[in-house]
Design a protein. Sequence first.
Length: 168
Amino acid sequence: MEPTTFTNSASPYGETLLQWEIDEYPKHTRSRLWFILVIVIGAALLLYALLTANLTFAVVLLMIGIIMLISIVKEPAKVGVIITNTGLIVGDTYYEYPAIRDFSVVYDPPEIKYLYVDFRSTWQPIVSIPLEDMDPNQVRAHLLPYCAENLERMEEGLTDVLRRMYKL
C-alpha cells in the first residue's frame, strides 16, 4: 500500500498531512506445534486452577482462551492512522500534540517498524503504531515540527517483542 500525503484535506482535527492503515492487531502465522503447546499449557493451567479451587484464575484462563480463539478465527479490521497539523489520530482516538511528550521511530526491517508515542500523563501508556510500508523518514519529518523526538529509544518495547516472539 502506498503512503498517502494530503496537503489540502481539512477535518475537525486539522489539516491531514499523512495517513496510512494498520491492522487492528497483528495477524500471525502459527504452526501446528504452537497450537499444541498452547492447548497443553492452557489445559494444564486450567486443571491446576480447578484442583486448587482457584475459580478466578480458571475464569481468567477461559477468557484468555476465548479471546485468542476469536483473534485466530476473525480477520483484524483496518484502522486508520492520520497525522494532522494539530495531533495524531489512531482509529477513533485523537491525540493532541500538547499531550504528547515525545515520539520515536524504531525501524529494523523486515519485522521491526514502529512509531512509539509517549504522553505527558503518567497514566497514559506508550502507544506503538506499526509503520507498515510507510517511509519512517517521512513520518518523522511530519511529526518533528509539532513534538519532540526521543532519540534514546532504539529498540522495540517489551510487549512488542513478546507479541512477535510468541505470536500472541
